[in-house]
Design a protein around this ligand. Structure first.
Ligand code: DX5
Ligand code: ZN
Length: 215
C-alpha cells in the first residue's frame, strides 16, 4: 500500500489550520511541504517559519521538499522547524554526499529529488546513504501540472537499482498524480504519492485521499 503525502502547496493559506485539521482527520500518511526560493525554481513559496506553524498543527510525518540552492545553509533551520525528512535536489547540490551527511547528522531522514530530465543512473552512488528518492514527474515550481509519462520507466529503473543493492529506499512520485494515473504509478514501484491539486481542488479531499490509499 502506497503512502499518501498531500502537498500543502495547494492548501488555502488563509485557512491553514482548517486544512491541517482536515489532513489530520484523513488517511493521509505524510504532510508534503514544498519550499521554493525563486532561484532553483521560478517560484517562491514558504520557509521554516510556516513549517514551524504546520508542525504545531500535526503529529504526522513532515516531508520537506527543498527546491532551493545552497540547502546546506538552511538544513538546521528546517530541523528546528520540525522537519522529519529533508529532500534536496541533486541538481542544486555540488557536494550532494556532504549535504546528505549534514541532514543525517542533524537527525533527519534524507531524500534526493531529481528533475524530469535527470537520469536515475545519477543516483547509483548515493542510494545507500539516503532514505528516499523523489522523482519529479513535472518540472518543479508549480502545482497543477500534467504528469510526464516517461516517469513510469524511471520508477521501474530505480526500483531495479534499489533491489540490486538490497536497499530500503522509498520512491516518491511528485507532480501530476491523479486518481486516473495513481494505480499505474504504484504498479511501477512507487512507495509514496504526493498529491496537491488532486486533493485540495476536490470538494471532498478526505474521500480523494481514501481513494488514493485504497488503490
Ligand atoms: C511541484 C511540487 C509538488 C506540487 C505537486 O514543484 O514539488 O509537490 O505541489 O502538485 P500537484 O500534485 O498539483 O502536481
Ligand atoms: Zn514537492
Amino acid at each position: 500500500m502506497a503512502l499518501i503525502a498531500p502537498s500543502l502547496l495547494s492548501a488555502d493559506f488563509l485557512h491553514l489550520q482548517r486544512d491541517c485539521d482536515m489532513l489530520n482527520a484523513s488517511e493521509a500518511d505524510w504532510f508534503h511541504l514544498d519550499v521554493m526560493d525563486g532561484r532553483f525554481v521560478p517560484n517562491i513559496s514558504f520557509g521554516p517559519m510556516i513549517i514551524d506553524f504546520i508542525r504545531k498543527a500535526t503529529t504526522k510525518y513532515c516531508d520537506v521538499h527543498l527546491m532551493i540552492e545552497e540547502p546546506e545553509k538552511y538544513a538546521e533551520a528546517f530541523k528546528k522547524a520540525g522537519a522529519d525528512n529533508l529532500t534536496v535536489h541533486l541538481e542544486a547540490c555540488k557536494h550532494l554526499h556532504r549535504n546528505i551527511q549534514q541532514i543525517k547528522s542533524l537527525g533527519m531522514q534524507a531524500g534526493v529529488a531529481i528533475n524530469p530530465h535527470t537520469p536515475v543512473d545519477t543516483l547509483r552512488d548515493i542510494l545507500k546513504d539516503i532514505d528516499l528518492v523523489c522523482l519529479m514527474s513535472v518540472n518543479p515550481g508549480f502545482g497543477g501540472q500534467s504528469f510526464i509519462g516517461q516517469t513510469i520507466y524511471k520508477i521501474k529503473q530505480l526500483k531495479e537499482m534499489i533491489n540490486e543493492q538490497l536497499l530500503n529506499v522509498k520512491i516518491e512520485i511528485d507532480g501530476g498524480v491523479t486518481l486516473e494515473n495513481a494505480k499505474l504509478i504504484i504498479d511501477a514501484g512507487a512507495d509514496v504519492l504526493v498529491a496537491g491539486n488532486t486533493v485540495f481542488r476536490s470538494p471532498d479531499p478526505k474521500a480523494i485521499i481514501q481513494q488514493l490509499k485504497a488503490l
